[in-house]
Write a new protein. Sequence first.
Length: 306
Amino acid sequence: MDLNLLRVLEALFTHRSVSGAARALGTTQPGVSLALRRLRAQFEDELFVRQGNEMVPTLVAERLAEPVMKVMASVRSEIMIAAPFDPLQSDRCFTIALSDLGELTFLPDLVAALRERAPGVQVRSVNLPPAELRQGLAVGSVDLALGFFLGLEGESLFTQTLFRQGFGCLVRAGWGNGAAVMTLDDFLAADHVVVEQQGRSQEVLERQLRALGLHRRTVLRSPHFITVPLLVARSDMVATVPLGVGRVYTRLAPLQFLRLPFEAPEIPLQQLWHRRSHNDPGSQWLRRLVAELFMGRDPMLDPELP
């Protein structure tokens, strides 16, 4: 079995599309299609069949998923680890788990630094629920996780806290007749947009509200942050978001950012990795770069809220 075919199979399991697998592998769609034809001949099975916009694995492919992931993880952790890592010469692709807010917080500075210090290195960003992220780190399909990951601990996982940040209120420009402060009565009377994501920062905020006995009026719940600035900019609704992200949003739409009228929780932003990649030279270099860029500071956060 050609190891390159297993790389293609792994990418198809992850992305469920030929185009997605091609992007992740840094190759062309015809190249992935050719590899898939070879795999089908090898296993005498279709392996993936199209359903809507996805390539869905057959029963044969599902039985192959776990052993393929284990083989590729072993290659990364036991064979690739033997070679030294030269950032100027490497064309390695690092897979980093990030939420959509994590991408806003980390990717701009990280990618800029990589283009300067490791021009051939590629980054693949994935957004995974906690159980899938834990599995991805364990089998080696995810190299590093950046952000806040509630409940993602374990003996085989290492974490390093980079910085801490709190929350603020995002409102449209001119909200409350141009008020520079939000009172508790304002907060409780407002209509709120709430983003619900498992294991993310919003769960910490919800716990704080319950502990304080505060009940806000929620008019919209969504699993996505991407529409929040546009929704808030065109209404009197309020969104409570992490500080760094709120500052970014104020640059994208006519918005202002106000201090919360109660004691706000803080969340640790961390990098997290598995024991199997702890001594990998490439992973070590990436973690050192992340620490250098973000340790002890939030590059997007202004010194003070109003």
